[in-house]
Structures are given as C-alpha cells and as structure tokens.
Design a protein around this ligand. Structure first.
Ligand code: KG4
Ligand code: ZN
Length: 365
C-alpha cells in the first residue's frame, strides 16, 4: 500500500461551493492540505432561503476556480491526486449535477477513480478526521436540511435511530426568525435575541418528548411561535427576545429528552465499548451555545464524551467529502462507475423507514 492517499473532494449539495485536498497516511492519520469554501449566503438572503436555481448557477460559476484554488493551496496539480470524491446526494439536484459532473470529467480526463459520496456520510465520518474516534459512536446531525440521530458502526455501516418527521431543526430556527421579522439565516439571530429574553415567559410545546421512538418534530413548535406572536401583537423587541428565549428553551428540553434516550439506547446496545462512548454533533445548529450546553450536560450525565468538530467542519465543506472518499478507499471499497447518477434523496441507512423530513435537503425557506 502507498504511504499515503490523496484525494480531491467536491461539495455542491446546497448553498456552499467547496473543494479540498486531503491526505491519509497508511496508519490512518489525516492531513488537510487545502480547504476552500464559498458561501452563497448573499445570493440567497434577499429571498429568505436557498433558491435552487440560483444555487445551481452559482456552483457552475465558482466550482472550477475553487478547485484550482484548492490545488494551488496544496501546491499540487490534478496528476498528484489519487482519486476524486464528489457529493452525489442528498441535496438540491442542480447543485449535485454540477459537482458530480465536474468530478466525473476530472476523473475521466485524468484517469483517476471517482467516489460518489453521500453528504451525510461526510458529516458522519468527520469526527474520525478531527478526533480520531473509533467505531461505534452516535452522531446528532442538526442542520438546515437534516435532523438525524445516527449510529455510526463503521465505514458504510450506518443506522438511523431517529429523524425529523417534519421540519429540520435549523429550518425551525429559520422559520421562527422569519415569523418574528428577523433576517435570514435565522439561527444566529434567534440566538442573539434569546440572550436578552425571558425563557420562562412562554410555555412552548416540546414535541414527541416522552415517546419511546427517537424521532424529532418541530413544525408544531413553529406553529406555536406564530400563534404566540399573533396573540400578543404588536410584538415589541422585548416580546421577540422572550419568544426566542422560550423557543430555545423548548428546543433544549426536546433535545435533552430525545438525545438522552439515544444515549441510553447506545449504552444498552454497546455495554462493553472499550473506549468512553462518544456523541458527535454536526451541522450549523451546533454553533448554538444553548444547544451545545444542553448536549454537553447530557453527555456528562450519561458518561459520554462530547465531540464537536470545529464549526468550519461541522457545516458544509469539501474536507468531509474528501475524507469519506479516503475512508472508503482505505477500506478497499470499489470506486463508482462514471454513469453514477446524483440523488436528491439518499438515506444513509437504506433500511430506515422513509419519512417526509429525512434525507431531504434544501427546502429551507
Ligand atoms: O449545516 P449548515 O451550515 O447548512 C445546511 O443546512 O446545509 O446549517 C445551516 C443552519 C441554518 O438553518 C441556520 O439557521 C442554523 O444552521 N444555524 C443556527 C446557528 N447558526 C446557524 N441555528 C441556531 N443557532 C445558531 N447559532
Ligand atoms: Zn450538511
């Protein structure tokens, strides 16, 4: 086996265009040689959410330059990489087409193998790059498009223990912000407003709390926010702050219950895990301090290690796609044929029951 493998990663599934070069030594040690991300936030913010056509066009315009930039920063040319990894789903189909077709073209022109990567697998394996975690571990993905609790058993071995049955958590933050007249993306704005609010003023619902299944639901919470705002209209700045604080409190209690049950199930299924069991968080909502605190306390209570990769690698990026490709290569998984198709829906766990909110990205507005 070569002393190390190097791969070009491409990510275009939503509103970030990204390219990265990552290396993996024979002993598994990772080395990020370059990591370039271009956010399309400015293009979409006027519309209060991601507009698929604008996203696809922006990916086309930026991707070639971004790949050149990733290669330049790594001081390499395409002939120096061993393979290409491109996100092939789930996500917005226009963006996926741009990234996957570009990956195919490079693979064909340079005679390199292509790995068509599931975006969720990228998130799931990132903690092995950042924190050298061993399998198995539990992952909570909380982004604008997903809310899932996933058991990561090994490369290519994932069990979805819970998912949202309606809105994703980031989507709930964004919609709450929109209802209250705060700008997009709403998560950071809600957090900011909540800091000066009274979390006990409104008793908002905590959907599915107490249920044995590990799923999530946030649309009822959003409806309750709308109703509360209508009941006390016109809303003052202080009212907005109080609603945001009460909303975050409801989220925190919901996560305590749902994720707490997940940790208990993990301990039940893996009583003899040699290392300290770990919970990994990923996705943009991981930036929220109250969410982090809640998860930290929960982990301390159940004897888990809490792993939160740096935010740059928690949100969408190409390093995680490159790394997933490297993990697959190192395991000896076959590369993909050049006729592989992008998939807007692509659950990581093929056996999981289909849910409306699962395996879907992009319907954030
Ligand atoms: O993972 P991400 O950057 O993008 C995708 O969804 O792919 O996540 C973005 C989501 C948005 O819904 C945004 O409002 C939310 O993460 N978010 C936050 C915070 N920062 C970002 N939600 C709550 N609190 C935050 N501080
Ligand atoms: Zn993502």
């Amino acid at each position: 086996m070569a002393p190390f493998l190097r791969i070009l990663g491409i990510e275009t599934s939503c509103d970030e265009t990204a390219a990265a070069i990552v290396e993996r030594a024979a002993d598994g040690a990772p080395n990020v040689l370059s990591d370039v991300v271009l956010s399309q936030l400015d293009e979409h913010s006027a519309y209060g959410g991601v507009v698929p056509e604008i996203a696809a066009r922006a990916h086309v315009e930026a991707l070639d330059t971004l790949i050149e930039e990733a290669l330049a920063r790594a001081e390499m040319s395409l002939s120096d990489v061993d393979a290409v990894a491109a996100t092939s789903g789930p996500g917005l189909i226009g963006g996926l087409l741009v990234g996957l077709m570009t990956g195919k073209a490079i693979a064909k022109a340079c005679g390199k193998p292509l790995y068509a990567i599931n975006h969720l697998e990228g998130h799931a394996l990132t903690a092995r790059l950042t924190d050298h975690l061993d399998f198995p571990y539990l992952m909570l993905l909380v982004s604008g498009g997903h809310t899932q609790l996933i058991l990561v058993r090994g490369v290519g071995e994932y069990e979805r223990w819970g998912t949202t049955i309606d809105d994703a958590l980031g989507e709930a933050f964004d919609k709450t912000a929109k209802l209250l007249g705060l700008p997009y993306p709403g998560g950071p704005e809600v957090e900011k407003a909540a800091a000066r609010g009274d979390a006990k003023r409104f008793d908002l619902p905590r959907p599915l709390v107490g249920e044995a299944r590990l799923d999530f639901s946030f649309s009822g919470l959003k409806t309750a926010v709308r109703q509360t705002a209508m009941d006390i209209a016109p809303v003052s700045d202080q009212d907005v702050a109080d609603i945001c604080a009460s909303f975050q409190r409801a989220i925190s209690r919901t996560l305590q219950d749902r994720v707490g049950r997940g940790l208990q199930r993990f301990l039940h299924e893996f009583p003899n895990t040699p290392e300290e069991p770990a919970l990994v968080v990923a996705g943009g909502v991981a930036a929220n301090q109250e969410v982090r605190r809640t998860l930290e306390l929960l982990c301390a209570k159940h004897g888990f290690r809490f792993v939160a990769p740096p935010m740059r690698l928690c949100t969408d990026n190409a390093v995680m796609i490159a790394w997933a490709g490297l993990e697959r290569m190192a395991k000896g998984f076959a590369s993909d044929d050049l006729d592989v198709q992008p998939r807007s829906r692509w659950p990581l766990d093929q056996n999981a029951e289909r849910m409306i909110g699962s395996g879907k990205r992009g319907a954030k507005a």
